[in-house]
Design a protein around this ligand. Structure first.
Ligand SMILES: [Zn+2]
Ligand SMILES: [Zn+2]
Length: 344
């Protein structure tokens, strides 16, 4: 990716500060994250935004360190040690399950850092003081033109016209890029959310000189959802008759199955302290379970008979109970209909 294009992707220009770049990147990531943005190209756009950010960070690392460190201190580092002044950060995404984000987890991350070669500043070759062997230092070569009647001069393709000798860069074998394997154990604190970025400083004794910037993404869950306020929710269909009867049901929680007693007065149940942490490493919030009572849409003959029995026994119980609202109502109806003049 070209540098100019990278700045344009973030809506900035090369004069922007590190803090502005980071703020803009965060804002764009929040807006274009495929979990939140339904646009068909959201995923592709997100990749471009991250690529642009990574490109600019790599360009700038080693530059305005003061500003970069101040930003890092504002974050919660995944590891306890403080970042080194000369560190470089490599951005990568990590997908966690919702349970891992709720309870915290340790992950071993491995991969390759690739960054532009310092020895040749990414050019893949070194410019030497001695003269280019192709153009003998003149920077130009003669080319026959018009069937060889005339000669024209053009810039030497070997040295690019400056007449100086070049040799392939050894550390990067002429590619301009260096790649380094890494393997790190990272602790993700309880309460990380999609869009959070955790910094892992370079290991002091390891052979890797770069730290990691881990952009967290939480995978969608089959049963639970995490709403925008960070509240863990579950919507669960239940047998409508079991709900009416106040029976116990199995409820999934991040810690496993749990028994919950239904009540026909309630559709939403609050399981205290079983939800998502309110803050990084903070105590867990409440978990809200919404039940959706489901009744047979077309009762079969046996169910009809059982419902009739239920209606009949309820009426009988009401008739013998003077304080019961249904019984009272039935008696009032009877009295009223007996005093009413009958049509003849
Ligand atoms: Zn090189
Ligand atoms: Zn040359």
């Amino acid at each position: 990716m070209e540098t100019q294009q990278a700045y344009a992707e973030l809506g900035l220009d090369p004069s922007s500060s590190n803090a502005q770049i980071k703020a803009s990147w965060r804002r764009l990531v929040a807006a274009w994250h495929p979990d939140r943005n339904a646009a068909a190209d959201a995923g592709r756009r997100m990749q471009r935004i991250n690529k642009a950010y990574q490109h600019i960070r790599q360009l700038r690392d080693g530059g305005e360190e003061g500003a970069a460190d101040a930003e890092r201190e504002a974050e919660q580092p995944a590891a306890a040690s403080q970042p080194q002044a000369t560190e470089k950060m490599y951005l990568r995404q990590v997908r966690l399950t919702l349970e891992e984000a709720i309870l915290g987890c340790t992950r071993t991350l491995s991969g390759h850092f690739s960054h532009s070669c310092e020895a040749c500043v990414g050019k893949g070759q070194r410019v030497l003081a001695k003269a280019c062997s192709s153009c003998r230092g003149s920077g130009a070569v003669r080319k026959p033109a018009l069937f060889g009647w005339l000669w024209s001069e053009e810039a030497c393709g070997v040295c690019g016209g400056d007449g100086r000798h070049r040799s392939p860069c050894e550390p990067c074998a002429g590619s301009g890029e260096r790649s380094q394997a890494y393997r790190r154990q990272v602790r993700f604190p309880a309460g990380v959310r999609t869009g959070h970025v955790l910094s892992v400083p370079p290991s002091p004794q390891g052979d890797t000189e770069m730290g990691l910037e881990l952009q967290v993404e939480i995978e969608p869950h089959a049963l639970f959802t995490l709403d925008d306020e960070g509240v863990l929710r579950c919507e669960m269909p239940v047998n409508g008759y079991a709900w009416m009867a106040g029976r116990w049901v199995d409820v999934p929680t991040p810690g496993g199955l749990q028994q919950m007693r239904l009540s026909r007065d309630a559709l939403v149940y609050r399981l205290r302290g079983q939800g998502f942490p309110g803050a990084l490493r903070g105590p867990r919030g409440d978990y809200l379970v919404k039940v959706v009572p489901v009744f047979a849409s077309q009762p079969d003959a046996q169910q009809e008979a059982l419902l009739d029995q239920l209606i009949e026994s309820t009426n009988q119980a009401a008739a013998s109970d003077h304080k019961q609202p249904l019984g009272q109502w039935q008696r009032n109806m009877k009295r009223w209909s007996s005093t009413k003049p009958t049509r003849s």
